[in-house]
Write a protein that binds this ligand. Structure first.
Ligand SMILES: Nc1ncnc2c1[nH]c(=O)n2[C@H]1C[C@H](O)[C@@H](COP(=O)(O)OP(=O)(O)OP(=O)(O)O)O1
Length: 170
């Protein structure tokens, strides 16, 4: 696929909720990534901030409200079979209100940190989840996929945290 000189990324959010020894994931029931376990998130809509989008998706997909969301990472996904890069903003919450509940899109399930089902997840997750779960470090990564699902190149590093990340899409 011929790429234009300049590409505008599509913005997404992803929220990982933990309780100190477990992480809450959801099995995606439909759409992109169907069948994979993942955190909760989705597209940022026009007029909302990235953080608001993360809160909205967590409520819509898992039925819970994060008491606080900490921005922990920015992941860029490049595909040979999709025209736009995807920029995914990863948030962490260790406190929430409500009861995780199955939605039309996701079936929530808790996993111990040492039993995360990486074989049933996106291929990049095994590289950056440990950075998120081990403490408070922030990270930035770029992952190249072919045929949507096969990871062929990656670049991941710890970076200073961007406390203020909260811009809106026009
Ligand atoms: N490679 C990889 N690793 C980890 N997480 C992800 C990926 N690719 C991804 O797309 N994701 C995450 C980013 C988002 O949280 C979801 C995808 O969002 P999607 O469900 O398509 O967006 P929604 O806005 O909820 O979609 P609809 O409601 O319109 O179906 O996966």
């Amino acid at each position: 696929m011929a790429l234009p000189d300049c590409l505008q990324p599509k913005l997404f959010t992803l929220v990982l909720v933990t309780d100190g020894r477990r992480v809450l994931l959801g099995k995606k029931k439909r759409g992109f990534g169907e069948g994979y376990f993942n955190g909760f998130g989705g597209k940022v809509e026009a007029g909302e901030t990235i953080r608001d989008a993360a809160s909205r998706e967590l409520l819509e997909e898992a039925g819970i409200a994060a008491d606080s969301l900490t921005h922990r990472g920015t992941l860029t996904f490049l595909f040979d079979d999709r025209p736009q890069p995807w920029e995914v903003h990863v948030f962490h919450s260790d406190s929430y209100t409500g009861m995780p509940t199955e939605s039309e899109e996701m079936a929530p399930q808790w996993f111990d940190y040492d039993s995360i089902p990486y074989q049933q997840m996106w291929a990049d997750d095994v590289f950056w989840y440990p950075l998120l779960l081990k403490g408070s470090a922030c990270f930035r990564g770029t992952f190249h996929f072919v045929n949507t699902h096969t990871l062929v190149k990656r670049d991941l590093s710890e970076v200073p945290c961007l406390d203020g990340v909260d811009y809106k899409l026009c």
